[in-house]
Design a protein around this ligand. Structure first.
Ligand code: NAG
Ligand code: NAG
Ligand code: NAG
Length: 265
């Protein structure tokens, strides 16, 4: 009676092994279907789509061939300097984009414009951004975390900021590294606090006004001194002329005298 039992156990074991091999093959073929970029790790996201992690890979550019179902993309802790236009083209589901801890100095116009309908959070903290071009964002209405960048607080930034949404808790960390005009004393202050009280654009306008006043004053002084000189010069001429004229009546008097003399004669 023993052999059939052994046979049965052997058979079921073989069956289980086969199932397991099949399962592994299936999941492997499923993963190759995803085609994750070399420097990234891809996994299914709980909210559908994919989580693509390319953090800490010394990347100097956004990887090519990101899966079109990418929903969360982590590119933090890399060496990215700029985000070219349409860097995330073909990712219609991109919901969260982490670009923090890079060396970004600049986002090109249209950098994330393809994500106008999907992007909800954009992390740009710990980069080297000094200013923002609203064109980079297109119609994207994501919440931005812009903390820990060496912001140059000026009219340009003041005009750009209202066009963006902010992660409210990150705002206190959006600190001015420098300001233009410098006398405003915005250095080291959270931009949101200074921007409420100061108008960087008016200050700019008033400094241009002062420059214009000085220039106008300079011109005015030149014109006045020219006029004064002109009048003084003419006065001398006039005095000469007057002296000449004064000498005239005497001569005329003599002529009249001689005329009366002739009539007398
Ligand atoms: C992704 O690409 C595949 C194949 O090209 C296509 O069938 C699918 O609809 C795309 N998915 C999205 C979300 O665009
Ligand atoms: C903004 O980014 C900084 C640095 O990455 C992080 O410490 C902070 O928690 C972020 N804020 C929010 C609200 O996510
Ligand atoms: C501004 O940035 C420079 C270098 O980027 C840094 O040395 C300096 O401490 C920063 N100043 C402020 C006020 O953040």
């Amino acid at each position: 009676m023993a052999p059939p039992v052994v046979y049965l156990v052997f058979l079921s074991l073989t069956f289980m092994l086969l199932l397991h091999i099949l399962d592994v093959c299936m999941s492997e073929s499923h993963q190759t279907e995803i085609k994750c970029p070399e420097s990234c790790f891809c996994s299914e996201s709980v909210d559908g789509g994919l989580v693509v992690r390319c953090s800490d890979m010394n990347l100097i550019a956004v990887p090519h061939g990101l899966p079109n179902t990418t929903r969360h993309l982590y590119l933090d802790n890399n060496l990215l300097l700029t985000i070219p236009s349409d860097s995330f083209i073909g990712l219609p589901l991109l919901f969260k984009l982490d670009l923090s801890h890079n060396r970004l100095v600049h986002l090109e116009p249209g950098a994330v414009r393809d994500q106008a309908d999907s992007l909800s959070s954009l992390y740009l903290s710990f980069n080297l951004l000094e200013t923002l071009d609203p064109e980079a964002f297109g119609d994207v209405r994501a919440q931005n975390n812009l903390s820990h960048n060496p912001w140059l607080c000026d009219c340009r930034l003041q005009l750009a900021v209202p066009q963006l949404l902010f992660d409210p808790s990150s705002l206190a960390e959006v600190v001015c590294n420098t300001s233009e005009p410098e006398e405003l004393g915005a250095q080291g202050m959270p931009f949101i606090l200074v921007a409420i009280e100061l108008d960087f654009c008016t200050e700019l306008r008033s400094t241009t006004d002062v420059a214009m006043l000085i220039t106008m004053f300079g011109w005015f002084t030149m014109v006045i001194s020219y006029l004064v000189n002109y009048v003084r010069h003419n006065q001398e001429d006039a005095i000469h002329h007057l002296e000449y004229l004064k000498s005239l009546p005497n001569r005329q008097g003599r002529i009249e005298e001689s005329l009366t003399l002739t009539t007398w004669l």
